[in-house]
Design a protein around this ligand. Structure first.
Ligand code: PLP
Length: 390
C-alpha cells in the first residue's frame, strides 16, 4: 500500500501517545499520576449537562447547519463582542467539533504551497504539523525563558518575508503558561498591518488567566478583518470530550470554512451546541470556582518544583501548565520524561513535544487534584535524589 506523500509531513500530539503508554503501565498494575494530558479533571458543570440532556429529549439529534446553529452563533458573537470587544455578529462565527478543526480549516483555506507561517516554538504541535502537511513553509519564532516566554518582536519581524501569510500565536500559552504582554500583542498587530498577513489567535485559555485582563488582538483597530480567533468550551467549561469549539473570522473566510466543514464533519452535534448556549448564558460561578482551584494547584506545584534540586520553574500566569527548566538534572527532556513515567510513576511531557526549543524543559499539566500533585512532586523529588546519589 502506498500513501500520499503529504502523510509523511503530518506530525502528532505526543500527549495522546504518553497517555497510551501510561494506561498500558496501569493495565499492568502500576500506579501513574497523570500530568500529561491538557484537560480539566472537573466534571462539566451540571447546568450544561442538563441542557444537553433536555436537547436530546427535545429531538436535537439531527444534522444541523454546517456553520452552526444560528442561535448559538449569535450567543457566541454577542458574548465575544461584549466581553472581548471583538466587532462581530453571527455570520463571523463558525462552530466546529472542538476548536482544533479551526486550525485545520483556516490553514487549508488560507495557505498555498510555499506560503510562510510563523508559529511559536515551543508551541502547540499541531500548528507546525498542519502547516507542513499543506506544503507551507513553517517558520518558528522562539519563546525564551529569559523573556518570561514572551516573544521578541524584533526577532519576529526579522522572520517576516513577502511570502508570510499567517502568524499563529497562543496566549495564555500551551506549554509555558505564559501570557503575552499587551505591548507584544499591539506589536504583532502593527506587524500584521504593515506586512499585510493574517493572524490566528489561539485564545482557548483566555478565561484561565490568574491576573490582569485578556486582550484579544481582534479587538485592536483594523484587526478583526485579518484575525481568526480560535476558542472553545473544552478547557473553560471542562468539556474536552464533548468536542465543541469555534472560530471568529471575517465573513468571506467564514463562508470558506463552513464549506470545508460541509466537506468533512458536515456539522457539529446540535445537542452539544444547545449545551454551549447554556454554558454561555448560565452561571459563570462554576468557571470561577474551577479557576480558583487551578490557582491553588499552580501555586502548590510551582513551589514544590522549585524545591527540587535541578529544577527551576517560572510562575505561569494562565492556562494549567507549568514548564520547568530541568537542565540542572543533567538529563535531556526526553530522558527525564521517560524515566519519570517508567520509574517514578509520573506521566508528563518532554518539552521537545512542543518543538526543538522545548529542550531542557518538561511540561506538567496541573489539572489534577492537589493530593495527586503532591504525590507527583514527592515522587519526582525522590527519583532525582536517588539518581543524584547513584
Ligand atoms: N489550542 C491549544 C493551545 C490547545 O492546547 C488545545 C488543546 O489541547 C486546543 C487548541 C484544542 O482544543 P479542543 O479540545 O477544543 O480541540
Amino acid at each position: 500500500m502506498s500513501y500520499a506523500k503529504r502523510m509523511g509531513r503530518l506530525g502528532t500530539e505526543t500527549a495522546f501517545e504518553v497517555l497510551a503508554r501510561a494506561r498500558a503501565l496501569e493495565a499492568k498494575g502500576r500506579k501513574v499520576v497523570h500530568l500529561e494530558i491538557g484537560e480539566p479533571d472537573f466534571d462539566t458543570p451540571a447546568n450544561i449537562r442538563k441542557a444537553a440532556t433536555e436537547a436530546l429529549e427535545e429531538g436535537f439529534t439531527h444534522y444541523g447547519p454546517s456553520a452552526g446553529l444560528p442561535e448559538f452563533r449569535k450567543v457566541i458573537a454577542d458574548t465575544w463582542s461584549r466581553d472581548r470587544g471583538i466587532p462581530c455578529d453571527a455570520d463571523n462565527v463558525i462552530v466546529t467539533p472542538g476548536a482544533k478543526p479551526i486550525m485545520f480549516y483556516v490553514m487549508l483555506a488560507l495557505l498555498e504551497e510555499g506560503d510562510e507561517v510563523l508559529y511559536p516554538n515551543p508551541g502547540f504541535p499541531i500548528y507546525e504539523s498542519v502547516g507542513n502537511f499543506l506544503g507551507a513553509r513553517t517558520v518558528p519564532y522562539v519563546l525564551r525563558e529569559e523573556k518570561g516566554f514572551d516573544l521578541d518582536l524584533k526577532e519576529l519581524e526579522s522572520k517576516v518575508t513577502p511570502r508570510t501569510k499567517l502568524l499563529i500565536f497562543n496566549s495564555p500559552h500551551n506549554p509555558t503558561g505564559a501570557v503575552l504582554s499587551p505591548e507584544t500583542i499591539q506589536g504583532m498587530a502593527a506587524l500584521a498591518r504593515k506586512h499585510s498577513f493574517y493572524i490566528l489567535a489561539d485564545e482557548i485559555y483566555a478565561r484561565m488567566l490568574y491576573e490582569g485582563r485578556h486582550l484579544s488582538i481582534a479587538s485592536l483597530p483594523g484587526m478583526a478583518e485579518r484575525t481568526i480567533v480560535l476558542d472553545g468550551f473544552s478547557k473553560t467549561y471542562a468539556m474536552t470530550g464533548w468536542r465543541l469549539g469555534f472560530g471568529i473570522m471575517n465573513k468571506d473566510l467564514a463562508v470558506h470554512v463552513a464549506r470545508l466543514q460541509t466537506n468533512s464533519n458536515s456539522c457539529t452535534a446540535t445537542f452539544t451546541q444547545k449545551a454551549g448556549i447554556a454554558a454561555l448564558t448560565g452561571t459563570q460561578s462554576t468557571v470561577e470556582a474551577m479557576n480558583a482551584e487551578f490557582r491553588i494547584r499552580r501555586d502548590t506545584i510551582v513551589k514544590g518544583l522549585n524545591q527540587i534540586p535541578g529544577i527551576q520553574a517560572l510562575m505561569p500566569h494562565g492556562a494549567f501548565y507549568v514548564f520547568p527548566n530541568i537542565t540542572g538534572t543533567g538529563m535531556t527532556s526526553k530522558q527525564l520524561a521517560d524515566a519519570l513515567l517508567e520509574e517514578a510513576g509520573v506521566a508528563c511531557l518532554a518539552g521537545t513535544a512542543f518543538g526543538a526549543h522545548g529542550e531542557g524543559y518538561l511540561r506538567l499539566s496541573y489539572a489534577n487534584s492537589l493530593e495527586n500533585l503532591q504525590l507527583a512532586l514527592q515522587q519526582i523529588g525522590e527519583f532525582l535524589s536517588v539518581r543524584t546519589r547513584a
